[in-house]
Design a protein around this ligand. Structure first.
Ligand code: HEM
Length: 145
């Protein structure tokens, strides 16, 4: 099943006013469920990182119907993640933690339909970052995806 962009847009709209709480919870869950991930953020300014993550997700959701924009933006984002020591298998950690974070804030409103749509959307997002990361790891970065 592909995701419904309207479901992603509408649900993310509810996360925007509480973006900083969402980011706090996301890293709390990521580090609790995947303690190995903590080392990757050792030198990070986490206040800045939390804002950067939420701004990036906002941009992605704002362009969720624009395949060309998403492909290029997420390719370059994937390329940049090589320098953060991200490995392809780390995407599962982030996806599971992000969905768990949404489930926490949506509580009873976190339906199976919402969960399934976010799962598909995250898989699409990760699937567009991975080529950039993989190319960077091979040393074959393209200017456009
Ligand atoms: C949907 C997937 C992801 C998104 C949207 C995302 C977004 C971002 C953004 C916006 C930044 C700020 C720097 C920049 O723009 O280059 C960043 C940095 C970073 N990301 Fe991600 N990221 C994702 C997946 C991952 C994964 C899977 C990992 C590994 C667990 C990861 C680890 C990091 C690290 C370590 C940094 C650098 C922190 C620092 O030292 O300043 N990210 N990410």
């Amino acid at each position: 099943m592909a995701f419904d962009p309207k479901i992603i847009e509408d649900s993310f709209e509810q996360a925007k006013p509480i973006a900083s709480d969402v980011a706090d919870k996301f890293y709390e869950i990521l580090w609790a469920d995947y303690p190995q991930s903590k080392a990757l953020f050792e030198d990070a300014n986490m206040d800045k990182q939390k804002v950067a993550l939420m701004n990036s997700l906002t941009q992605v959701v704002d362009h969720i119907r624009d395949a060309e924009w998403l492909t290029n933006y997420l390719y370059q984002m994937g390329v940049r993640h090589m320098q953060y020591d991200t490995q392809p298998e780390h995407f599962e950690w982030v996806g599971a933690s992000l969905l768990k974070t949404f489930a926490h804030f949506f509580a009873d409103a976190w339906t199976d339909e919402l969960q399934q749509n976010w799962l598909e959307a995250y898989q699409a997002i990760a699937g567009l970052m991975l080529p950039g990361l993989n190319d960077a790891l091979k040393g074959e970065i393209r200017k456009t995806a």
